[in-house]
Design a protein. Structure first.
Length: 185
């Protein structure tokens, strides 16, 4: 994995994956999620609830969506959200890898921080699989399935938050090193 990051964490590749990831993200926010939320009467989708949800909320949401809304969720939002986690994992892994490489820290144990977006993406896939099962089983939704899907949602959100805090700290260390180097010259 370190060799992958050293090879692919170039400015061009980081920018390419960053743009691709954000194009899919903007598409989801402005098209697929908006479409599904139109049917929900303003209720948030589980993907948009970083602190989680409970079975009562999920049952209420699925009821409000109606058949058309559940189909929009299942056949429009979920397919887009099956592409996004992979792009998220690659893009943000490369971004942090680039900064760590510039700081000379990629060969050390800090390299493992690059795996945070990969693990978050795995939890996102588990969340999506849970949602597929929940949507397909409706109205016979089991509380346990919703609770398991909720755990994946919270883990995804927690790891994503930890990652962006880590990236922010790394970015400031990078800037500090750049300023220190420039003032020393």
């Amino acid at each position: 994995m370190k060799e992958f990051l050293k090879k692919y964490a170039t400015v061009k590749k980081v920018l390419l994956f960053f743009v691709l990831t954000n194009v899919v993200y903007v598409y989801m926010l402005t098209v697929t999620i908006t479409k599904v939320m139109h049917y929900s009467g303003g209720m948030k989708l589980p993907d948009m609830m970083p602190t989680g949800y409970n079975p009562d909320y999920m049952n209420s949401l699925l009821g409000r969506l109606g058949e058309e809304g559940r189909n929009a969720y299942l056949y429009r939002q979920i397919p887009a959200d099956m592409v996004y986690p992979l792009l998220f994992a690659i893009s943000w892994c490369l971004v942090l890898g680039w900064f760590l490489n510039k700081l000379g820290k990629l060969n050390g144990s800090l390299f493992y921080l690059c795996l945070i977006p990969v693990i978050a993406a795995v939890f996102d896939y588990f969340e999506n699989i849970g949602m597929i099962v929940i949507l397909n089983r409706y109205p016979e939704n089991e509380d346990l399935l919703t609770q398991i899907s909720n755990v994946f949602s919270i883990l995804k959100s927690t790891l994503t938050t930890i990652y962006f805090i880590t990236l922010l700290i790394t970015f400031f260390l990078f800037l500090f090193n750049r300023l220190k180097t420039r003032t020393a010259n």
